[in-house]
Design a protein around this ligand. Structure first.
Ligand code: PMP
Length: 451
């Protein structure tokens, strides 16, 4: 196959169906074809460089072509790239489980592997459901989620999601859930203060847990920020109150750290910031530093022990994938954790987070169409609105978010919006200068598009 850009574009249009993409629009446009990466930059087939402003879909942490991670892949490939975990253990998956248990909140003592974030959520949901059944409580068939929740695209993950645009069509296939209001106050009713709304949303979650306690298998939640909902930050203390409600009413808590895990919000795992220990925790994306597809569910001993029994007792968790615990992915995940230690990654985050905060406050927030600017750690969202006072959105047909991100490509920055919410989520390794450039280009493109 030729490596020239034109023929690659042509082949892509002819043969590839892209995720989350209206292919008619895609095929009508001239697309960037990435050939390589280096540090926090992507390099296209013509040699043009772009800042990776969304960490290659919120996955990359330490940059591309990191020598430590590259070496881990090569080294493991020199031993074995894949072996099944059905009936066999393997070296890196075993070592990784031990390391993850050492890092995670104390209650989480067992690691179950999968490939993608959605699979991890699917597994956690199945584990929670079966846990209650094994304890003789067969009526625990409901999950509580937040409005606008997003946990991935398999049917179980979609069931515990709530983004209408993605999920409405699959309604007839989904299992029923209870939804509590998202506690982010930006789109609160007019007659409420932000604090008043946050308290109301928190109380609504608490009473939903109380009301449905006997039927709830688990509460499923992203900790402290709902990323795909548009970087909807939660008020401090909300997650803690979810944990307390679950404890009061004997309901499991599933915390989805697929997007927030591995330092994105500041601490290694977002739930640590509130001292919350979930019963089940899902990991993905950054688990391998953004190199290979690997996800995991971390489970408490309480959950795990319920599945123990004799082979004929029906307590086996019948779930697994061909690539569960893939050694190549596990080896690079181990190297990812090494880099966190060797480069003191978490310790170096504060000035970067501050550079992003300052840049957004000075360069972006004053724009008359910047309705709300939200940030937690290295995750930020800029909600663009047609009218700041009324918070009215732009018509979908204007494609404001997509058009701004297309302009950013011209300026050498890769971004991807969520509707008209611009997302900045660069690798943790992004330098302060690169963060300043990312914010500046964002501001320039908003100005160019919206005046
Ligand atoms: N959970 C959360 C919180 C996510 O943000 C995502 C993906 N953006 C997923 C689960 C699904 O992960 P994956 O795309 O790897 O299936």
């Amino acid at each position: 196959m030729s490596l020239d850009t034109a023929s690659l574009r042509e082949a892509d249009r002819r043969f590839v169906w892209h995720p989350f993409t209206q292919m008619r629009s895609w095929c009508a446009e001239s697309q960037v074809v990435i050939a390589a990466g280096e540090g926090c930059e992507l390099i296209d087939t013509d040699g043009k460089r772009y800042l990776d402003g969304v960490s290659s879909l919120w996955a990359n942490l330490h940059g591309h072509r990191h020598p430590r991670l590259d070496a881990a892949v090569a080294d493991q490939a020199g031993k074995i790239s894949h072996g099944t975990m059905l009936g066999l253990a393997n070296v890196p998956a075993t070592e990784l489980a031990e390391r993850l248990v050492g890092l995670a909140p104390g209650r989480l003592q067992k690691v179950f592997y999968a490939g993608d974030g959605a699979c991890a959520v699917e597994i956690a949901v199945k584990m929670a459901f079966e846990y209650w059944s094994l304890r003789g409580e067969t009526g625990r068939d409901l999950f509580l989620k937040l409005d606008e929740a997003y946990h991935g695209d398999t049917i179980g993950a979609v069931s515990v999601g709530g983004i209408d645009l993605f999920h409405r069509i699959f309604g007839p296939l989904l299992f029923p859930t209870i939804a509590a209001p998202t506690p982010n106050a930006y789109r609160r009713p007019h007659d409420l203060t932000p604090e008043g709304y946050e308290e109301l949303a928190t109380a609504a979650m608490e009473s939903a847990v109380a009301e449905h306690a006997r039927r709830l298998a688990a509460v499923v939640i992203e900790p402290r920020i709902q990323a795909a909902a548009g970087m909807l930050t939660h008020p401090p203390g909300y997650l803690r109150r979810v944990r307390e409600a679950c404890d009061r009413h004997d309901v499991l808590l599933i915390v989805d750290e697929v997007a927030t895990g591995f330092g994105r919000t500041g601490p290694m795992f977002s739930c640590e910031a509130e001292g919350v220990e979930p019963d089940l925790m899902t990991l993905g994306k950054g688990l391998t530093g953004g190199y290979l597809t690997l996800s995991a569910v971390l489970a408490s001993d309480g959950v795990y022990d319920a599945f123990l029994g004799e082979p004929d007792e029906g307590r086996t968790f019948y779930h697994g994938h061909t690539y569960t615990g893939n050694p190549l992915a596990a080896a690079v995940a181990l190297a990812n954790l090494d880099v966190f230690e060797e480069e003191s990654v978490l310790g170096g985050l504060a000035p970067k987070v501050e550079a992003m905060r300052r840049g957004l406050a000075e360069r972006v927030a004053p724009h008359p169409h910047a309705g709300d600017v939200r940030q937690l750690g290295m995750m930020a969202g800029i909600e663009l609105v047609a009218d700041r006072a009324s918070k009215d959105p732009f018509p979908v047909s204007r494609q404001v978010g997509n058009r701004i991100c297309a302009r950013a490509v011209e300026h050498g920055v890769i971004m991807r919006p969520l509707g008209d919410i611009l997302v900045l989520m660069p690798p943790l390794a992004t330098s302060i200068e690169q963060i300043e450039r990312l914010v500046e280009v964002t501001g320039v493109c908003i100005d160019e598009e919206l005046g």
